[in-house]
Design a protein around this ligand. Structure first.
Ligand SMILES: *[C@@H]1O[C@H](CO)[C@@H](O)[C@H](O)[C@H]1NC(C)=O
Ligand SMILES: *[C@@H]1O[C@H](CO)[C@@H](O)[C@H](O)[C@H]1NC(C)=O
Length: 220
């Protein structure tokens, strides 16, 4: 009895220590994370927010300044099947101030969201200036429409061969550590094929922007 108890105590201890050992063995994350996590945003120069009567331009602006978004998919997981499921995904529409408007992703079949998308490609992406220093600087709560945010709905599709280079350049310039993500995860490039856009940047309800208006914007 005592022997078994000691054995299980040892097993519990091993379980507790394993994450610590893994943390010690894994090299520190490269890029903007780590110690300067709280500082990098302040150092990033945010161009001025476009005038709010230009909703399509505001949408393109938010897409371009955001490095990530929350993507909602429909869950395929046991217990929550058919329910909404949102996860944070890194994204990029191109270099700062040179965005194409297309939110590109670097995805792995190991991700829960990707499993969901394989069954149902419909997804909704939210990005907010709360991800930048903007809203804190002006004292805007993330839920306030003054803290401009956008909601893009559509389908997530794998990018075609001809678009892979654009997707790769767009993502790797904003997320350099993606280059060293383990190849065993079978990463692939994908994008949101946008069908509906809502812009929340002022009181009075969301503004509707069509994909045509959104992509028609000349963005600098
Ligand atoms: C994007 O969505 C539109 C509208 O639903 C559709 O016509 C088009 O074929 C889609 N494009 C891709 C690459 O899936
Ligand atoms: C596209 O942009 C041009 C020039 O700014 C404008 O005249 C035209 O109305 C726009 N079209 C759409 C669909 O937004």
């Amino acid at each position: 009895m005592a022997g078994r108890a000691r054995g299980s105590a040892r097993a519990v201890l091993a379980c507790l220590l394993a994450p610590v050992l893994v943390a010690l063995l894994v090299a520190p994350a490269r890029g903007r994370g780590g110690r300067e996590h709280a500082d990098w945003d302040a150092a990033k120069l945010l161009p001025p927010l476009p005038p709010r009567e230009k909703a399509a331009l505001v949408a393109r602006f938010v897409t371009n300044v955001c490095d990530w978004g929350a993507l909602a998919t429909i869950s395929t997981q046991e217990g929550v099947r058919g329910r909404p499921f949102a996860d944070v995904l890194s994204l990029s529409d191109g270099p700062p101030s040179k965005g194409s408007g297309v939110p590109y992703f670097y995805l792995s079949p190991l991700q829960q969201s990707v499993g969901n998308l394989q069954e149902n490609p419909y997804a909704t992406l939210t990005m907010s200036l709360a991800e930048t220093s903007f809203c804190k600087k002006y004292g805007f709560d993330p839920q306030s429409p003054l803290c401009a945010h956008i909601i893009l709905s559509g389908t997530v599709v794998k990018v075609s061969e001809t678009e892979v280079d654009i997707a790769k350049n767009s993502l790797f310039i904003r997320h350099p550590e993606m280059k060293s993500w383990p190849s065993s995860h079978n990463w692939f490039f994908a994008k949101l094929n946008i069908t509906n856009i809502w812009v929340l940047d002022y009181f009075g309800g969301p503004k509707i922007v069509t994909p045509e208006e959104y992509y028609n914007v000349t963005f600098q």
